[in-house]
Design a protein around this ligand. Structure first.
Ligand code: NAD
Length: 293
């Protein structure tokens, strides 16, 4: 039986009485964050929360062009591991895990915040998507989570937490989300299968379904301001979300606060996902108030 599976009252990772600060602490934990492009990235908000909760972090950057935008952020969270990682480049993900193995010998959590589709396919209709664009989108945005889970498993003998980022377009048709919708649907299904397979080892796998936030990836979507306007109008909370709120949710899922939560999609979208389209307005009534014939 793993520590995560042990009776909570006998497990030192679970204080007997509710102690929120202790349950949210990541003190002594080691985490990998993949997907920081700049200070607007959802992954950066999460990294800040992880670091403030006491975790030691490994951060990656996708290319030499991105490196300068991420280097200062890695310094801010005092990340002892800062490496290139293009998940589509053979060997780069493996090199990151090799370094983690040599330096830490274990991993407690990881955040997968990676999404990309070739622009031509992202901006066109799904029905026109190329095989190459579809395959590339699946490789980078979805298969990378599966590969990370494969590489993380042997580093998590005491259990751990894997977190990925998704969007409502996986569950429903959202105009202009196009091929990213099916790709995110595959990501969410993969998350559930990984949760099923890795659960016996105490490894939890969850997704955050975030509302729209202006980031670099988001600016690749046609009419992104429409996503923001629409979400703010239809959300029960009548507002858009902040990147920081995604970061807080990521901390929750990385920590023991959610020790019994796996295979879950945590919506951080001000409630948009519960809303059905507004009904059409009632027909105008005639003078007599009776419109029926
Ligand atoms: P972002 O541009 O800051 O982050 C996307 C990251 O993906 C970047 O760091 C980029 O370098 C990385 N990436 C792209 N191709 C890669 C590759 N081949 N190898 C490694 N990394 C690669 O934008 P973001 O909005 O913070 O996106 C993070 C995640 O959140 C994505 O999965 C996105 O789909 C998801 N998401 C975003 C929103 C939103 O509105 N911003 C909403 C819901 C979900």
């Amino acid at each position: 039986m793993t520590k995560e599976n042990a009776n909570p009252s006998e497990n030192p990772r679970f204080p007997e009485c509710c102690d929120p600060p202790a349950l949210l602490s990541l003190s002594g934990r080691k985490g990998l964050v993949v997907g920081v492009a700049n200070q607007h990235s959802l992954a950066w908000s999460a990294a800040l929360h992880f670091a403030q909760a006491g975790a030691e972090l490994a951060l990656t950057y996708v290319s030499e062009t991105t490196r300068p935008h991420v280097a200062g952020l890695a310094e801010r969270v005092k990340a002892p591991i800062f490496m290139p990682c293009d998940v589509a480049a053979p060997g780069e993900l493996e090199a990151v895990f090799d370094t983690i193995t040599k330096r830490w010998g274990r991993l407690d959590f990881l955040l997968h915040a990676v999404g990309s589709i070739p622009p031509r396919d992202l901006r066109g209709r799904l029905v026109d998507c190329s095989a190459e664009g579809f395959a590339q989108g699946m490789l980078v945005s979805t298969y990378s989570l599966i590969r990370m889970a494969h590489l993380a498993e042997p580093l998590m003998p005491q259990g751990g937490s894997l977190i990925t980022l998704s969007y409502l377009g996986a569950e429903r048709v959202v105009d202009h989300y196009n091929v990213m919708g099916p790709v995110k649907a595959a990501l969410e299904a993969s998350m559930r299968y990984l949760a099923h397979e890795l659960g016996p080892q105490g490894i939890r796998v969850n997704a955050i379904s975030a509302g729209p936030v202006q980031t670099r990836a988001a600016s690749g979507l046609t009419g992104f301001s429409g996503f923001l306007d629409n979400a703010a109008k239809t959300a029960p909370l009548r507002r858009n979300i902040e990147a920081d709120e995604v970061g807080r949710a990521a901390l929750l899922l990385a920590s023991d606060f959610t020790a019994a939560t796996t295979g879950e999609i945590l919506h951080v979208d001000a409630g948009v996902h519960i809303e059905a389209p507004a009904p059409a307005p009632p027909p105008r009534s005639s003078k007599s108030g009776n419109t029926q014939k």
